[in-house]
Design a protein around this ligand. Sequence first.
Ligand SMILES: Cc1ncc(COP(=O)(O)O)c(C=O)c1O
Length: 357
Amino acid sequence: MTFDLQSLVRKNIRNLKPYSSARSEFEGSAEVFLDANENAFGSPAGFGLNRYPDPLQRELKDRIAAIKGVSPPQIFVGNGSDEAIDLLFRIFCEPGQDEVITCPPTYGMYRVSADINDVAVREVRLTDDFRLDVPATLAGISDATKLIFICSPNNPTGNLMSRESILEIARQFTGIVVVDEAYIDFADEPSMIAELGSFPNLVVLQTFSKAWGMAGVRVGLAFASSEIIDLMNRVKPPYNVSGLAQRAVIDALESESTVTRWITSAKLERKSLEASLSALNFVQKIYPSDANFLLVKVDDAKATYRYLIEEKIVVRDRSNVELCEGCLRITVGTSEENVRLISALSRFGSMGRKKNS
Ligand SMILES: Cc1ncc(COP(=O)(O)O)c(C=O)c1O
C-alpha cells in the first residue's frame, strides 16, 4: 500500500470551507484599511497592535525557510508546537474511531490531545534502554492507525531516537509519522527535516520554546509537505499567532549567534552537571542526554524532590512514569543554578548518610 494523503484526511476536513479572514482575502498594497472592523484610531499599547496580524505569518516563514533550507509553504507556525499536535489530531483522526501510536515514556501532550479529541492511543513502550521498538511499533499498526508520534530527543528520557528506526517506521507506515524535535538543537545529529523530500508522510515539529529561549512567546513549528501544511493552515484559527509573537520571533532570529552560544553553554553545563551528579552517593544512574535536561535515577525520588522544594529548587518528579521509576528530570540551568542545585543535593546526601550511620 502506498501513502495517499487525501484518503487519510477526515471527510469533514476534506470538505471544509475554511474561514476567510479580511487579511487573507486582500493581497497587495493598500493605504486605508477599512476591511476588518479594527480600531482605526490606534492601540493603547502602540506597535500597530490595533491591526490584525498576518494570518499566514509570511515574513516569519520567509526567515525560517532560509534558516532551515525548506520552502515557506512547507512551514506551519503555531501557538506553540502543542497547537500543531492538536491540529494533526483534528485533521486526521476521526473521534471515537481512529487510533494513534505513542512510544512511552514520552511527552504527555500526545495522550492529552488524543483524549481531548476522543482518539484511542496504542502505547508501544520504548525498550529498557529507551530505544524505539521498531517491530513492536509496526505490529501495533492497525487499519485505524493514523498517526505515530516519535519524540527525538525524547522527553523525559533525553535520548535521540535512531534515524534509521524512524525512517523504517515511515517506510512501512501509510499514515503520518510525527517526529517531535523540540530538543533537536541540543543534539549532535541533524534534524529529520532533511528527509521531508523523500518521505511525504513525515511531519517534523520544532519549537522556539527551548534552545531559542522564547517559551513565553508561544511559537512552535511544523515542517512537512506543502499539502499537509495547507491542511493545517485551513484548520487553524485564522489569527493563531499574535502580531507580538511574530515580531518577537523575527527579531530573535537576528540573534542566531547568541542562541548558538547558549546551546554550547547548555551542552557544557550538561556535561559538568552530569559529572557532579554522578559523584552523589544517592544517585544511581544518569541517562545519556541529547537534550537540555538529564533523567536521573536516585534512591528516593520523592524525598529528593521534596527536599529540593524546601530549598526553593523545582525539578520534575518522573518517578511515577513507567520505565522512569525512581527518576527525576532535571533541566540544565545556568552555571550558578547548577552549583546551587548540586550543593543542595550534597546537603541532602550527607543528611541521609548521617541518618544511616
Ligand atoms: C517534546 C516536547 N514537544 C513539545 C513541547 C511543547 O512545545 P511548545 O512550547 O512549542 O508548545 C514540549 C514542551 O515541553 C516538549 O517537551
